[in-house]
Ligand binder design. Structure first.
Ligand code: PLP
Length: 355
């Protein structure tokens, strides 16, 4: 007998590296290369240091209000958390409690199976087709305890049209369907308009990518009042003050600056489209990404070798040693200058290795 018998054991998620080295080009964790909205700086500078002794608003009112106004929802339909990882983990805990397995794609955000293991939720992986598409019919007529999909999916970058997302939700009204929209602002369709029609839908988004605020840890979710109410019950049974004062002020300021938000999203989309063309010329193939990254495989060189060669030159991208995707690199879209440097290093390496 050992105290270790009673430990809840789990194999944790491994995030992308955050190298301490200076002067590297960091394209490995899908961060935004641009700074947050200028209003965020003002909001942080305007914080009262003396008030840090007081607990923040447990309701996160300022941020919830800003999000509700921006997305045209009632405040009771909005939930916020410490990054969308926090929101998603709590949603798994709250909504996935049937004996039947929850469903998610075989290739997707690798935190889903970690949370399922952590909370002892049975799950089943549904294979993407050979072009990395989610096939809605695979999620229909299957007994399940819930569904989670990322749309656009990660790390593939592929987006599912809204009509297809709706097929999955409407065929599974007896369970909660979570749509993780971490990348939706880079050119995909949000499931937000479906909220009116489906009580079982939870849409989850984040400030980490399109709003350039990964360092503040802010995520949010939309659902009907009842669904959000259950999430809040879970939240307040765990931690009454998840969002700190700086995050609330900075988050609200970011949401209020719509023009800046659109500007940086547009810039990233334009850079992405240019990078796709260049990668194509270098012999890479990839699906049509609607995110701030490209998931690409080279026709001749193994991804792992390219990954290591780039790293040696100070260019960090992401490589997953996993079935079906071990020949792909996930390259985050940075600034035009960063991408030009990445392409330069890549071109040099490929010329040397292939010819
Ligand atoms: C980045 C990411 C998240 C988590 O983002 P947070 O930084 O925790 O908000 C969730 N889902 C997917 C698919 C992601 O790529």
């Amino acid at each position: 007998m050992s105290w270790e018998d009673g430990v809840r054991k789990v194999v944790p998620y491994v995030p992308g590296e955050q190298p301490k080295r200076a002067g590297i080009i960091k394209l490995n964790t899908n961060e935004n290369p641009y700074p947050p909205a200028p209003g965020v700086k003002k909001a942080l500078e305007g914080l009262c240091y003396e008030r840090m002794r007081l607990y923040p608003d447990p309701e996160s009112g300022e941020l919830v209000e800003a999000l509700a106004a921006y997305y045209g929802l009632s405040e009771k339909q909005v939930f916020v958390g410490v990054g969308s990882d926090d929101v998603l983990a709590l949603a798994f805990l709250t909504f996935f409690n049937k004996e039947k397995p929850i469903l998610f794609p075989d290739i997707t955000y690798s935190f889903y199976d970690v949370w399922a293991d952590l909370f002892r939720i049975p799950f089943q992986r549904i294979p993407l087709d050979e072009t990395f598409r989610i096939l809605p019919e695979d999620y229909i007529g299957r007994e399940c305890g819930g569904i989670v999909i990322a749309n656009p999916n990660a790390p593939t970058g592929v987006a599912l049209p809204l009509s297809e997302v709706e097929k999955i939700i409407s065929a599974n009204r007896d369970v909660v369907v979570i749509v993780d929209e971490a990348y939706v602002d880079f050119g995909a369709e949000s499931a937000l308009p479906l909220l009116e029609r489906y009580e079982n839908l939870l849409v989850v988004q984040t400030f980490s990518k399109s709003r350039a605020m990964a360092g503040m840890r802010i995520g949010f979710a939309f659902g009907n009042e009842k669904l959000i109410g259950y999430l809040l019950d879970g939240r307040f049974s765990f931690n009454s003050y998840p969002m700190n004062r700086p995050a609330l002020a900075a988050g609200a300021a970011a949401v209020r600056d719509d023009a800046y938000f659109r500007e940086i999203c547009d810039k990233i989309i334009r850079t992405r489209e240019r990078v796709k063309q260049e990668l194509g010329r270098l012999g890479f193939t990839f699906a049509d990404s609607r995110t701030n990254f490209v998931f690409a495989a080279h026709e001749k060189m193994p991804a792992k070798e390219i990954f290591e060669a780039l790293k040696e030159k100070g260019v960090y991208v992401r490589y997953f040693a996993k079935p079906r995707i071990e020949n792909y690199l996930r390259i985050t879209i940075g600034t035009d200058e960063e991408m030009d440097q990445m392409l330069f290093v890549l071109r040099e390496y490929l010329e040397k290795s292939i010819y």
